[in-house]
Design a protein around this ligand. Structure first.
Ligand SMILES: [Zn+2]
Length: 267
């Protein structure tokens, strides 16, 4: 098993019959979150008699889930790798209105959930708000901050790491120290800093990525209520803006200084 800690936690929760109806698996891209979600769905549906030995991997339910042909499992993914649209959430709603076929509940996995567009997120929130004793939702994402705070507050979050904790190297620590300094400054000094950064396009990507890592750490501590300095909504806005700025500067000839000034207004 790739993630023994997370798996033990899920299995224990299952044995205590305390499985929440919505989970969020988050962490860096392609590190087995989806595979673990499938194992969990097998665990919940396995027909093998001995609880401790589930999932057995050999019963009809385990096999069908592995092949993605299980009738009570629906996997929602972005269309053409771009976004998850409201029509997909409506289809999900219709699917959930039908009775479970093979088991007593339905499982829904939303892969790359950060690609739910705004409309789709609002519609999905309504689904989450409805009492659904017989549905389990598993959201998978590498960018939890792209989800509405109201969605984040309704799911139980489970973090997946490449390494145990995010660590910053010396260069990154220096970048963060500079950032903390500039956040305390007047707007005119922040703009002067934006101008300076815009003149060093080579360093800019590293700087923006470090900021992203830093604000993600703050978001995670805010989610666990250890950080009161920023609201979740504010952090989510900052993170999105850093991502957008990074994306625009890397892929278009947008005026880097202007983009950075907009970012400075939010920090
Ligand atoms: Zn089984």
């Amino acid at each position: 098993m790739l993630y023994p800690k997370q798996w033990q936690y899920l299995k224990k929760t299952y044995e205590l019959q305390k499985m929440p109806h919505a989970l969020l698996f988050y962490g860096q891209h392609s590190i087995g979150k989806k595979a673990l979600a499938l194992e969990l769905i097998k665990l919940l549906n396995c027909q093998y008699g001995n609880t401790a030995e589930r999932p057995c991997q050999t019963c009809r339910a385990c096999l069908d889930i592995g092949k993605n042909v299980y009738p009570d499992l629906l996997i929602v993914e972005p269309e053409e790798d771009k976004e998850i649209k409201i029509s997909q959430v409506r289809a999900l709603h219709d699917h959930l209105a039908l009775r479970a076929y093979a088991s007593s509940f339905k499982a829904v996995m939303i892969d790359r959930a950060h690609l739910l567009n705004q409309e789709a997120q609002s519609a999905f929130l309504k689904l989450l708000e409805e009492p659904k004793g017989s549905t389990i939702f598993i959201l998978i994402t590498e960018y939890p901050e792209m989800l509405l705070p109201t969605i984040l507050s309704r799911v139980e979050r489970l973090r997946f790491y490449h390494t145990e904790v995010q660590t910053f190297d010396q260069r990154q620590k220096k970048i963060i120290a500079e950032l903390l300094e500039i956040i305390r400054q007047e707007m005119v000094l922040r703009f002067a800093y934006a101008k300076k950064l815009a003149e060093e396009p080579k360093r800019l990507k590293e700087i923006l990525e470090t900021w992203l890592g830093y604000f993600r750490e703050i978001l995670i501590s805010a989610v666990h209520n250890h950080n009161k300095e920023y609201s979740l909504a504010k952090l989510s806005k900052i993170l999105k803006l850093i991502q957008t700025t990074d994306f625009l500067i890397a892929t278009t000839n947008v005026n880097a200084r202007l983009a950075l000034e907009i970012l400075m207004l939010e920090l």
